[in-house]
Design a protein around this ligand. Sequence first.
Ligand SMILES: C[S@@+](CC[C@H](N)C(=O)[O-])C[C@H]1O[C@@H](n2cnc3c(N)ncnc32)[C@H](O)[C@@H]1O
Length: 219
Amino acid sequence: MFGCSLCIPSGARHDGSTVSPHAYRGLTASAFSLPWRSAIGCGRGRALLHLAERFPNSEFVGYELSDEAIAYARGQGMKRGLSNIRFIPRNLTGFSETAETEVFDLVMAFDAIHDQVTPQSVLDGIYRTLKSGGTFMMQDIRASTYLENNLDHPIAPLLYTISTMHCMTVSLASNGAGLGTMWGEELAIEMLNTAGFSNIEIHQLEHDIQNNYYVMDKT
Ligand SMILES: C[S@@+](CC[C@H](N)C(=O)[O-])C[C@H]1O[C@@H](n2cnc3c(N)ncnc32)[C@H](O)[C@@H]1O
């Protein structure tokens, strides 16, 4: 989505068709009866807008750094007559300190963690802002943290290129962690554990060779 075209999953079309069926198909089935959702780094809000249309009795909040993306998302929300969605410009750097405590039943981050300036703080903040029993769903790149485990990865050269040319750079430019696209499953699990999450499920979609869908509850 906006500002991050190099990070768009190749299997994902920007009509919400990638993430939403995944959600519908039961990974977060129980969470969809809940009243509040949030999306972290929601870009232009395609996925969230689609979910807001699909679940009119639920309330959705999208946080995003880019004012331009927020303006676009708000315009789309108005165009579609949605009253159950809000897009809020917000810099989530240092989210561990600023996150509202225990307000969301479900938080979703689509391709929005690995290029953060403070990814651990964002994950810590997500844990904090979830209600007890709430669910976090994180879509992020499917790969190993270790180069030697990615030799058979069908698009590893492309992903390492994107990582060094864009994702690491946007984080390092602000003295950030610089995880990059290929931070990988092992480090992702370690950081999610540090944030407080355990029992993390990793799901994959048949048509999507590029992403893992990490699903976990705040216990
Ligand atoms: C790779 S894009 C993904 C956008 C969208 N979720 C999607 O799936 O297309 C990452 C998004 O995170 C946003 N972002 C990066 N750092 C952020 C921060 N500190 N606070 C809020 N949003 C941030 C970017 O502006 C960008 O829209």
